[in-house]
Design a protein around this ligand. Sequence first.
Ligand code: GUN
Length: 298
Amino acid sequence: MADIINGKAFAARVREKVARQVARLKADFGCTPGLAVVLVGDDAASGIYVRNKVKQTEEAGMRSFAHRLPIDTDEATLLALVRQLNDDKDVHGILVQLPLPPQIDEASVISAIDPAKDVDGFHLLNVGLLNTGGAGLVPCTPLGCLMLLQDRLGDLSGLDAVVVGRSNIVGKPMASLLLAANCTVTIAHSRTRDLPALCRRADIVIAAVGRPQMIKGDWIKPGATVIDVGINRIPAPEKGEGKTRLVGDVDFDDAKEAAGAITPVPGGVGPMTIAVLLSNTVRAMCLSKGIDHAALVD
Ligand code: GUN
């Protein structure tokens, strides 16, 4: 039976550390980190994420600026808001919630964000820095996964890692981070041949495909560490008519018998994303003001 990795508790510790850093920045430098979150449209799930981001930003002692725009907002209007936030001295981090409605080109919006305020790490400059060993801003979810892995395993050098999924938000940056941590990394995707055999060789499996319970227990090498990034809502007739429940990309009940450690869904990777977002905002402010982020608090 695997150890269950408690992402919720780990994320709470990260947020406490961020709050101590914010208090130090206020006391020693007289400045308060600020995070702007932009939501276009009224998608229910995105609305919940944005509310949680605002709440946790304020709980960490930071300033939060939420901008909610209607679903029919045009690209020029969103770009004008992004430029206004780029110029706002109280804003140190900017997050535009994805996906955007079809009339808006995501790449144009991401490239309009000041790379120094790009707390999502999606701007091409930050993507380039991540892939060349530079000190840019790193996407929140993969960085949260890396923190959970290092907390569990310590040094990752030489370990075989398989990342299932090749998205720009998770799969590709996750692979870059694992490579930088000296893992031997394979990125698998929908065209990969014999995915079960590939996963079975891995010391670390990262599941980020968006397919409910796809990765089975007999795909997991005994003792491997499994990080499940998936959040899928499936019918749960056992809870009553029309009810649903959240599951990951890993068949948790099956995989926990083989794995050495595994993240649950919910309560695994999910809570880490916002905690890292807050940490990235503090880091963005430190980078822009020449403050040593690593030396801020222990
Ligand atoms: N939508 C789902 N995940 C993310 C994320 O990490 N950042 C942004 N901006 N949008 C998302």
